[in-house]
Design a protein. Structure first.
Length: 210
């Protein structure tokens, strides 16, 4: 398994959601999957996927995947009611494949804050959308529910359940919500909604301050 450089999060490592989705896809686990990231996933590097769900870079453990429990999702939210995307002014990784304003070829998901503290963003689904694409789309909008200026977070663990892939060209909505914090950890959940507000996929994740 190789995480191509265009799927970066931080400049020198893979986007956590995309990498986790690739691993889950390679393992073929049915139902919800939980992926725990142990090290920053290297880019353009052959990685070994083992039958027990480990992702290895030589003898370094990068991530593990196991069957998960169904995650809950936040309720639908209206992006028209969201404020400006904070990442336009202060972004820890402005080239991120998912939410980086400087990445012209990324997913360009820019969640703003809703009045109730959640985040919401429109997502114009690309022509090529696969399972790892959805994992990636569910990643950053949850993070932006806890990221604050001068306090970046990175993904530590994510559980995803996908009921259906979005249709290419659809104008979907992604909602993120912080459900709590504990020291360096922030707990979030995310929902991907079709244009008719049908829930297509959901995620629960743990983010870590860096």
């Amino acid at each position: 398994m190789i995480v191509a450089a265009r799927f970066n999060g931080p400049p020198t490592s893979g986007n956590g959601g995309y990498t986790a989705g690739m691993l889950a896809t390679r393992l073929g686990i049915s139902g919800p999957v939980t992926v725990t990231l142990r090290q920053p996933p290297p880019l353009d590097t052959p990685l070994e996927v083992t039958p027990d769900g480990s992702l290895l870079d030589g003898d370094r453990l990068i991530a593990t995947a196991t069957p998960g429990t169904p995650p809950s999702a936040p309720a639908w939210g209206d992006p028209a009611e969201a404020g400006a995307y904070a990442g336009f002014e202060d972004h820890p990784f402005p080239g991120c494949y998912v939410c980086g304003p400087e990445n012209a070829d990324g997913l360009r998901i820019f969640p703003g804050r809703l009045p109730d503290g959640r985040t919401a963003a429109r997502w114009s689904v690309p022509d090529a959308v696969e399972v790892p694409t959805v994992w990636a789309a569910l990643d950053c909008p949850g993070g932006w529910a806890i990221i604050a200026p001068g306090r970046p977070y990175v993904l530590g663990r994510i559980t995803v359940a996908i009921d259906a892939l979005p249709e290419p060209g659809d104008d979907c909505v992604i909602v993120g919500e912080c459900t709590g914090t504990d020291g360096r950890k922030g707990f979030v959940r995310t929902g991907l909604f079709a244009p008719d507000r049908t829930l297509l996929a959901s995620a629960e994740a743990t983010w870590l301050t860096v």
